[in-house]
Design a protein. Structure first.
Length: 258
């Protein structure tokens, strides 16, 4: 069987923006794995799993560009400047982002900067934590018996606050299942808004820490109790919060963290 070149267009002076998935290296796409092996420079985020980085060539330059709430972080302008500088120097540049680069990240901003600078780029999607994290907790995002819709939300906007544009009443009515990324900082406010908008306090909730990794931890609770449960035993980030009837599947479908 002949080898397939999944990245024929990854030449000198080009940038690949790739999703590393939620942490388990086996969830990398074939194209992302090849990009890791071929890149001259890898600029990676805090949420990229350490095992994923073992695929990087020994002689490749590695640049950490992680962002963590409340902690010193690389500025977005510096990240973009580094992407442009390395590409202009004729390097094969891999921008490696946790999950999917276009889901609650700055992938679009970085691609716009590359496009405006006239630098060729390619985007490789990744498996987002909102799907894989639930799966590794034994929870389907959708089920014919429970929901025909699921809504993915971020727990904080670019301002660092709860997103102002969310219509909580409409959200509570149309989306039986809610999946929040980066929500623990504002969990108390989010829960209060949901209950005020009509979500029942006894609705099932799951908090998933470090999804798909060997350090995964899962807490099953309810909407009314989840803030107290989290505060009494804080989970290390990143933490995914899922709300809705699908959470109850975990009792029968749990398979990973046994």
């Amino acid at each position: 069987m002949s080898e397939t070149n999944y990245l024929a267009d990854f030449g000198p002076g080009t940038v690949v923006l790739a999703g590393a998935g939620p942490g388990d290296p086996s969830l990398l796409t074939l194209a992302a794995a090849e990009a890791l092996r071929r890149a001259d420079v890898v600029i990676y985020d805090a949420l990229v799993g350490t095992e994923v980085l073992t695929l990087v060539r020994d002689d490749a330059e590695r640049i950490y560009a992680g962002k963590r709430g409340g902690q010193p972080s690389t500025s977005q302008d510096d990240i973009i400047d580094t992407l442009l500088a390395r590409a202009r120097a004729g390097k094969r540049v891999l921008r490696l982002k946790g999950g999917d680069p276009f889901v609650f990240g700055r992938g679009a901003d970085e691609c716009l900067a590359l496009a405006e600078a006239g630098i060729r780029f390619r985007i490789i999607p990744g498996i987002t934590a909102g799907i894989a994290g639930l799966t590794y907790a034994g929870i389907p995002a959708t089920s014919r018996e429970t929901n025909a819709a699921v809504c993915f939300l971020t727990g904080h906007a670019a301002t660092g606050e709860v997103p102002a544009e969310i219509d909580w009443s409409a959200l509570s009515q149309v989306a039986p299942v809610l999946v929040f990324y980066m929500a623990t900082r504002h969990l108390q406010e989010i829960v209060a808004r949901l209950i005020s908008a009509g979500r029942p306090g006894d609705e099932p909730v799951v908090l998933i820490s470090k999804a798909t990794t060997g350090d995964q931890r899962v807490v099953e609770t309810t909407l009314a109790a989840c803030v107290e449960d989290f505060n009494s035993d804080p989970l290390p980030p990143p933490v995914l919060v899922a709300i809705g009837p699908v959470v109850e599947y975990r009792s029968k479908l749990r398979w990973f963290d046994l």
